[in-house]
Design a protein around this ligand. Sequence first.
Ligand SMILES: [Fe+2]
Length: 151
Amino acid sequence: MKALEIFESEHQTVLGKLRELRESVNRLREGAGVEAERGTLEDFNRLIEGDIRKHFKNEEEALFPVLGSVPGMRNGPITVMLAEHDILYNAFNEFNSGVEEENREQVINAGDKILTVLTDHIHKEDNVLFPMSRQYLRSDQLEEVDKRMVQ
Ligand SMILES: [Fe+2]
């Protein structure tokens, strides 16, 4: 698979898991304890620590540097995407320690942040950034992105 197709397919997996996270966070809000939700919460933590961090790293080190050579990209869309990755890295850490310490409020707050920011981030990439990449990158540049991907 090509890099952009890999990113898109990973987005679908993450969106599916976000639906499970949303249900779990709603149950916490309705009064369930972290202990009762541990299965779903730790499942999401594993996704963060594995696939999501790798996905972000591949975007940061394979796609963004190549796309950054297109005029207007670096100081526009890429800056926004990187800022959102930073917000999410912080939310992931909060989520992780909230689950560890069984801090219900912290898990709800970090979970809400992840749900809002990551859902919107994925939609921006799927509907704006990836179509722009296909439009503006030459085939040799797309190949360069493929080559930089870490499996
Ligand atoms: Fe992405």
